[in-house]
Design a protein around this ligand. Structure first.
Ligand SMILES: *Cc1c(COP(=O)(O)O)cnc(C)c1O
Length: 451
């Protein structure tokens, strides 16, 4: 193995024994003693509430267009949002299975049901395409910010967009969002897909008229290919999953929308009523953007916790070592092979890790076997169908309760925990073909019988 930032892997392992657990593919957790309260949690981000306002306003300008071209969004007036569900039976099932009691209440934020592309990527991915489309249309004088954006559903607009291209590298879900939205507007769009991308995702994109380039390697190679293609073509916009603040702000809008949903269900969030949010993490932009959005609304009362597969613990590794995007899981011989679509990312976003490390309470890893088990439990108890990555958050409450030092540090006493809301972000699944969904379910049934 090569040296990492000038040191041998064994030196890093001696300094951070947690790495040994990651290398052994053990489920583990780490709660960061370096988190900060108040505004200090977000220093270094360089983005403010005004940036989220701007993103929310852009999504409102596009809403009439979205409602027109995607009829499934008509009843939400073109606003792409997911429901919030109570999950009392799932909570009881976890308590029985793990022989624990989870104080507070379990809720599920069902991004699996987001319209258009069925995953959390319908937030950031679609937002970035709309952002680019607006820029192109304004620049060409086709619209002003006061126009009715339904004008973009016209032959003139499609002709304009056809002169522009968009490219992205993806393990699947980001490709679906960018591809479907770009093709609908009329852009030339290429999705560079890694080897682990499911065939049905490639087929669906091709049906929408998207160019799909396939690679035999993992996500980072697909991304590099996309970036290279865009560099040689000035009319091509490359969606940079690792560094794009546009994507990030599209996700951040979710924070204030969730605040409204919690209010509608009369769920208080304050010092005495903590909100834990369990977020599956791939490259980090989705969970990071949502963390930013939530922090601007709830401050110290919200406790973001990131979940990663045991085979792709890139954010945990990057933040724990302080190397961020200067290290990838493969540097330590970790294979980055997992059933969790969207989470098979070996190198984290340096931007997210660096700017949010003081805002994310903790990180933990989940085995693929447990993803299947929890997927099956969720369907059996609540009737909710999601993909494996989307259940990573359900192990969160146990990890929080396990860490007495963390609870003490953050003054989360049992009295306060009794009022907690545990919100699991269920990030994807409604586009998964039924046969494949049933295979996931059956795998979980078998694994639940074993243990
Ligand atoms: C992409 C994705 C995530 C994580 O988002 P990142 O921005 O890559 O961290 C989580 N769940 C699903 C289903 C995804 O597709």
């Amino acid at each position: 193995m090569t040296s990492i930032a000038g040191k041998e892997p064994s030196t890093w392992e001696a300094k951070f024994p947690l790495i040994r657990e990651l290398v052994a593919y053990q489920e583990t957790a780490w709660f960061n003693p370096g988190i900060r309260s108040g505004k200090a949690a977000l220093t270094g981000l360089g983005l403010t509430v005004a940036d989220i306002d701007d993103a929310a306003a852009r999504l409102r300008r596009f809403a009439p267009y979205i409602a027109q071209v995607f009829p499934e969004t008509r009843l939400s007036a073109g606003i792409i949002e997911s429901p919030l569900y109570a999950a009392p039976f799932m909570q009881a099932a976890i308590e029985r299975r793990e022989d624990i009691r989870i104080p507070g209440k379990l809720w599920v934020k069902m991004d699996a049901e987001l319209p258009i592309s069925g995953s959390i990527k319908a937030r950031g991915g679609i937002y970035e395409v709309l952002h680019h489309a607006e820029w192109v249309a304004l620049d060409a004088g086709l619209i002003t910010r006061d126009s009715d954006y339904r004008e973009l559903d016209s032959p003139e607009a499609r002709e304009l967009f056809a002169e522009h291209s968009i490219a992205v590298g993806s393990t699947g879900n980001l490709g679906l969002s960018i591809g479907i939205m770009s093709a609908r507007l009329g852009f030339n769009v290429t999705v560079h897909m890694s080897a682990d991308a499911r065939p049905w995702k490639k087929e669906m994109l091709r049906r929408h008229g998207v160019e799909v380039a396939e690679y035999e390697s993992d996500y980072s190679v697909a991304v590099a290919a996309g970036r290279k293609q865009a560099r040689s073509d000035p009319s091509m916009h490359f969606v940079d999953d690792e560094n794009s603040t546009t994507l990030f702000l599209g996700y951040a809008v979710a924070g204030r929308r969730l605040a409204g949903q919690l209010q509608a269900f009369d769920i208080p969030v304050d010092e005495k009523h903590p909100l834990f949010v369990y977020l599956p993490c791939g490259v980090g932009g989705g969970p990071g953007g949502i963390t930013f959005g939530l922090k601007t609304v709830f401050g110290d009362a919200v406790h973001p916790v990131f979940a990663e597969p045991t085979h792709s613990p890139s954010m945990l590794l990057g933040v724990r070592t302080g190397l961020h995007d200067g290290v990838c899981v493969q540097d330590f011989g970790i294979d980055n092979v997992t059933a969790a679509d969207g989470l098979a990312v070996g190198r984290p976003s340096g931007f997210v890790g660096r700017s949010l490390e003081h805002a994310i309470d903790g990180y933990y890893t989940v085995s693929d076997e447990n993803l299947y088990r929890y997927l099956t439990l969720l369907r059996e108890t609540e009737g909710l169908k999601v993909e494996p990555s989307a259940v990573a958050g359900f192990l969160g409450p146990q990890r929080v309760l396990d860490d007495a030092a963390y609870l003490k540090r953050t003054k989360l006493t049992s009295k306060v925990l009794a009022n907690a809301t545990h919100l699991v972000w269920a990030t994807g699944g409604s586009m998964v073909p039924p046969d494949e969904m049933n295979d996931y379910f059956r795998k979980g049934v078998e694994l639940l019988l074993e243990f």
